[in-house]
Design a protein around this ligand. Structure first.
Ligand code: GN1
Ligand code: MG
Length: 367
């Protein structure tokens, strides 16, 4: 079914004027829908959920509805004492009162309210931006912290369990297709060697969880800089978007993901590897913003693993991109043949840079 006809199924005022494709996500298809009434123009976000990635989209939507209802309540409760007007997109009902549309081909679509006068950026652009990213992530983690984890479905089993990605890599690498790619690309062989040198690193967070040092809490799962919206007027963070991956997890996955995306000024799509590094000043600012929100709720053990989470999540994403390249680009959307290889190289370069700055980063974290 066309996106236009699906858009008309949502209970929004006015008639549809146009749909504009938003190309930034690596997984779902996203459109900005513009509608007009006799006296106003409205907009909302329409998304087709990627069923190859999220095999149970109804569970994704149940989590999203539950967590946004909870977060909206918490935002309202704190509104009078808040330093800004916090926002969070709302799941829009369909004309039949449902939370999503299933089209004739069995595809799942959702409508989300549009956060206006705010922008999400592909790359970090200032110290303040990094600080706001940390602050927004911390705010979100804080307001969902009291949501019971047993009421959240695991929508993506294995997500951010690094040893599982390594196992998958080890399977993929044996395929003839992967062998061919490795044989013909010295860059691919270099990444393969980089991965093999860091195998023991993969289980550090899972070991800490299994050993009882770290606990599962509700997390966002995908708080990259592009999912953090900055108010066009004040320059302050206003909300976090893309709640597909909210689930019980370690807050470290979130922290690591926010840092790896928010402290690399080159962004994750650059093809100039010499530009990729972990900027310690951006890191210190992001940490400051994050800790302002969640500092009091972190245990000693939580803090002790923050550095490792940054290193691990950059490595993990590099591993995921690279494995997808070897597997023939079956997971992340791509527009060129070597895009996933390049994305993998960027994250591994970042990982190397994180390793080189360990001392400075630990200092910024408070020792
Ligand atoms: C994917 O959907 P999107 O673009 O927000 C991926 C994340 C990666 C990210 C890297 C469900 O996120 O884990 O960190 O790409 N999401 C999923 O850009 O795999
Ligand atoms: Mg996402």
């Amino acid at each position: 079914m066309s996106a236009e006809s699906v858009a008309a199924e949502f209970d929004v005022p006015g008639r549809i004027v146009s749909l504009i494709s938003i190309e930034t996500g690596n997984v779902n298809d996203t459109y900005r829908v513009i509608t007009r009434t006799t006296f106003s123009e409205e907009q909302f976000v329409l998304q087709r959920i990627n069923k190859h990635v999220f095999t149970q989209p109804a569970k994704v939507m149940a989590n999203m509805k539950a967590i946004t209802d909870h977060a909206h309540r918490r935002i309202e409760e704190e509104a009078d004492s808040a330093d800004r007007i916090w926002q969070l997109p709302r799941v829009l009902p369909t004309r039949e009162g449902k939370d999503y549309v299933i089209d004739a081909e069995g595809e799942f679509w959702r409508g989300l309210s549009m956060i206006a006068s705010a922008t999400s950026y592909e790359k970090v652009n200032s110290i303040e931006h990094a600080q706001e990213a940390g602050y927004v992530l911390g705010h979100f983690q804080r307001i969902i912290a009291d949501f019971p984890t047993d009421k959240l479905e695991d929508t993506l089993p294995g997500f951010h369990i690094t040893p599982g990605y390594l196992e998958y890599h080890d399977e993929v690498v044996e395929s003839p297709e992967a062998r061919k790619r490795l044989d013909t690309s010295s860059e691919a062989r270099r990444i393969e060697a980089f991965i093999n040198q860091r195998r023991e690193l993969c289980s550090i967070l899972e070991d800490a969880r299994e050993g009882g040092e770290l606990q599962l809490r509700p997390i966002h799962g995908d708080p990259k800089i592009t999912n953090i919206m900055i108010d066009n007027i004040t320059g302050k963070g206003t909300c976090i978007i893309d709640l597909d991956t909210v689930k019980p997890g370690l807050i470290h996955y979130d922290f690591g993901d926010c840092v790896r995306s928010g402290c690399n000024p080159a962004g994750e799509e650059t093809t100039d590897l010499s530009e990729v590094f972990l900027d310690v000043d951006l890191f210190a600012a992001l940490v400051k913003g994050y800790l302002k929100q969640v500092g009091p709720s972190l245990t000693e053990a939580d803090r002790a693993y923050l550095f490792e989470s940054v290193r691990l999540i950059a490595f993990e994403l590099g591993l995921r991109f690279f494995t997808d390249y070897l597997a023939g680009d079956v997971y992340f959307k791509t527009t060129t043949e070597t895009q996933n290889l390049n994305r993998g190289r960027v994250q591994m370069k970042l990982c190397e840079s994180i390793e080189a700055r360990e001392g400075l980063m630990r200092k910024a974290l408070g020792g």
